[in-house]
Ligand binder design. Structure first.
Ligand SMILES: Cc1ncc(COP(=O)(O)O)c(C=O)c1O
Length: 458
């Protein structure tokens, strides 16, 4: 007996289909004959079309088969029975970690996003430009690549053409692609120690050996790099992560010389070079190079938004054939709408203004935080790294209870971050991120922090 509700919003053929399917699954009636279409239609007061439609769907899904003269017969569903229990959907409760003050070192203040202009351009893009039926260009939209090429040529002294640029959706995406492209030529990656933990993780996952190379006041030590015998190296030359060291020009030239002599390759991570507050941004390492020995990585996460997930890389010409051969047909992970909106944002001149505005805002916040830290913590604290990016790094100069600091921070709804968590090695410092805290709240944030700091001095 099937239960059919003539008043239900579910169409009759679907109700019938569901009822028969349920019965087949639950009763294992392999080989049983179903009633004829005519009979079911008269038994349940349904039109022939309704019954035919339900039966056709069951045939299409393989629950029943149609045999001339015998009619519709149930197929062997014994295995199906084991798999048809619907899993219960358990919606996990999203842990919302709301802190009074969150000093995350890479966050941006929500209100600094140019929402009004972005909305206008996005609307324009989805109204006029998007071909919703099309696939994207594998390397990223040419228009966006052209705008990026113009920008990094002018402002980062990068030497490149749009054809060398690949749009990616973040550091991990870029690094993963590099790892794949150069796998035949290199098996070991040298990284800075301390350095950005993700670089190691990604290359590790592609089976590379990792060599950690020590730093000195000039950044990566060349003697240690040579000793490691790695020919591929990941660097953050403009603002070493996490120590903040800038590789001076003489040392940059030596690194390039090394790459030339060794047929090596340098991956330059230029993650927030525009955010320099005491000097002008340092020109890229890539631009000093005439021998195609540098892969340049850039991101929009530090100046525009980490949540739009747009970054890019510039490949040296000699790696383009390898990229084209293997990965040209990859579909980029950044949607066409985002790419196009950013392209318009750049081509209409908003990006350059936005970079200046963001730098000015963050310079003010940086200076405010620095002043407040010095005033409140005085000589119990030394600044390890400052003058760029979205955080100031500090350490105590006195005997200090680190565990208590972590405990009190938690109790007082203050979220703190520590360099070793994201960079490995022994280089420890508290990462006082100011990017995500509103300018008007910074003083209060440092006041709250200094109160717990004082209790940790032994
Ligand atoms: C050292 C370093 N490189 C690159 C990035 C950029 O990451 P993404 O473009 O994935 O946001 C970050 C972000 O925090 C970083 O700290």
């Amino acid at each position: 007996m099937y239960i059919i509700d003539q008043e239900s919003k579910t169409p009759l053929h679907i109700q019938l289909y569901n009822e028969i399917k349920k019965k087949i699954i639950n009763n294992h009636t392999t080989g049983n004959k179903l009633h004829s279409i005519r009979k079911v239609s008269s038994m349940y007061n349904l039109s022939r079309n309704t019954v035919e439609s339900a039966y056709s769907q069951l045939v299409a899904e393989g629950y029943i088969e149609s045999y001339p003269k015998s009619g519709y017969v149930v197929t062997d569903t014994t295995r199906m029975h084991e798999n048809t229990k619907q899993p219960q959907i358990i919606t996990p409760t999203q842990k919302s970690e709301e802190y009074l003050y969150d000093f995350f070192p890479s966050r941006m203040d929500r209100s600094s996003f140019p929402l009004k202009i972005w909305k206008r351009l996005f609307t324009k893009v989805i109204d006029d430009t998007i071909d919703y039926g099309a696939f994207l260009c594998g390397q990223g939209e040419l228009g966006l690549r052209t705008e990026i090429a113009k920008y990094i040529t002018q402002f980062r002294d990068v030497k490149c053409q749009p054809s060398q640029i690949i749009i990616t959706n973040g550091f991990a995406d870029s690094m993963g692609l590099v790892a794949k492209i150069v796998k035949n030529d290199y098996q070991t990656l040298a990284i800075e120690n301390p350095g950005y933990h993700l670089a190691q993780k990604i290359f590790d996952s592609f089976g590379y050996k990792i060599k950690k190379v020590a730093l000195d006041k000039n950044g990566l030590r060349l003697d240690a790099l040579k000793k490691s015998q790695a020919k591929l190296v990941y660097l953050t030359p403009s603002h070493q992560y996490p120590t903040g060291v800038t590789i001076p020009i003489a040392h940059r030239l030596k690194l390039l010389e090394w790459a030339k002599e060794e047929n090596g390759l340098i991956i330059e991570d230029d993650y927030h070079s525009e955010l320099k507050y005491q000097t002008r941004p340092i020109p890229s390492l890539q631009g000093l190079n005439n021998d195609d020995r540098v892969v340049f990585l850039g991101t929009f996460s530090k100046l525009l938004s980490p949540s739009i997930r747009i970054s890019y890389m510039v490949l040296p010409n000699h790696l383009l054939p390898s990229y084209q051969q293997h990965y040209d047909s990859n579909i980029p992970k950044v949607s066409l709408m985002m790419q196009k909106t950013l392209e318009h944002f750049m081509s209409e001149g908003h990006w350059e203004k936005h970079v200046r505005k963001t730098r000015t805002l963050n310079r003010r916040k940086h200076n405010l935080m620095k002043k407040a830290l010095i005033e409140r913590l005085q000589d119990t604290m030394k600044i390890e790294s400052q003058g760029g990016g979205l955080a100031i790094y500090i350490n105590p100069t006195v005997d200090f209870d680190w565990d208590l600091l972590k405990q009190l921070a938690q109790e007082n709804s203050i979220k703190l971050y520590f360099a070793t968590q994201r960079s490995g090695g022994d280089w420890e410092a508290i990462q006082m991120g100011f990017g995500g805290i509103k300018e008007s709240e910074l003083e209060n944030a440092i006041e709250a922090f200094s109160k717990i700091w004082e209790k940790c001095i032994l």
